[in-house]
Design a protein around this ligand. Sequence first.
Ligand SMILES: NC(=O)c1ccc[n+]([C@@H]2O[C@H](COP(=O)([O-])OP(=O)(O)OC[C@H]3O[C@@H](n4cnc5c(N)ncnc54)[C@H](OP(=O)(O)O)[C@@H]3O)[C@@H](O)[C@H]2O)c1
Length: 275
Amino acid sequence: MPTHTDLGFFATDVSLEDTAAIVTGSSRGIGRAIAIELARQGADVLINYNQNRTAAEEVQNAVEALGRKAVIIQADISDLDAHPKLLDTALNAFGKVDILINNAGITRIADILEETPAQFDLLVNTNLKAPHFLAQRVANYMVKNQIRGCIIYTLSISDTMASDNRTAYCISKAGLEMSMRAYAGRLAAHGIKVNGIAAGVIDTDLSRVRIPDYEEAAEKGYIFMVRPGTPEDVAHATIAAMKLYDTGVVLPASGGVMTPLLNLRTMAALEMNRH
Ligand SMILES: NC(=O)c1ccc[n+]([C@@H]2O[C@H](COP(=O)([O-])OP(=O)(O)OC[C@H]3O[C@@H](n4cnc5c(N)ncnc54)[C@H](OP(=O)(O)O)[C@@H]3O)[C@@H](O)[C@H]2O)c1
């Protein structure tokens, strides 16, 4: 029977103190907030970016200001050949990896009647195939080295809610949720926790354009939460998912979008409904 301290992320009091994490896509947006929150919780962080080195350096400075180590690596995660350098860079810098945050992702707008196979491949390769096989690489490392680690996926309300002008995105995220569940099952016996976060409408470069729609819907009472999400909201949910007494589950950070609600407030204006 394992002792309390052997239980790692399956323990009652999970601590991130002196852990080491890889966060994909952490130069901007949600990944950036997760990297900084992990450092605040006591983790060293590998910061991954694709194009924006200056932004990655700002995150590095923020992590180091919190007293933790930070290392930057450029890697396009859709290139599976780049994955070994992600793991090797973290191991060289920190000596181990306890945490993988599968966060990097992209979106593209295309009507489902016009979306091309090339657009579809880009989304599925970046958002689904890449994190699935990065999780496999890191999981094999953890199993081989008996590390009772944790893998968290940044998922989306689009796992379950369809958008007919972002269908490849929705399909990639729906598939990614199943990747998360399958690894959770395979890795539980090794003491490795795997969970996901279903992020809602979060104010980042990726979806800032949707914020006015969200605010209008909230104003009309169709969404309970009074504000759109921030990257920090998702970072807090990510930490909660790491400490959660569960594995293979999706924690919402959806801002009320998934709350079943039929608020027909305009009906109050109908005189016939008053009697
Ligand atoms: N924002 C939302 O409302 C929302 C909702 C649900 C789920 N999500 C998910 O949350 C994750 C992060 O989204 P975000 O809103 O934070 O996006 P974002 O603000 O556009 O930031 C994307 C981050 O990922 C990196 N990245 C993009 N493509 C990459 C690639 N091929 N290889 C490596 N890194 C790459 C970017 O690096 P560079 O700076 O170098 O470009 C950047 O650090 C995504 O998986 C997204 O699907 C977002």
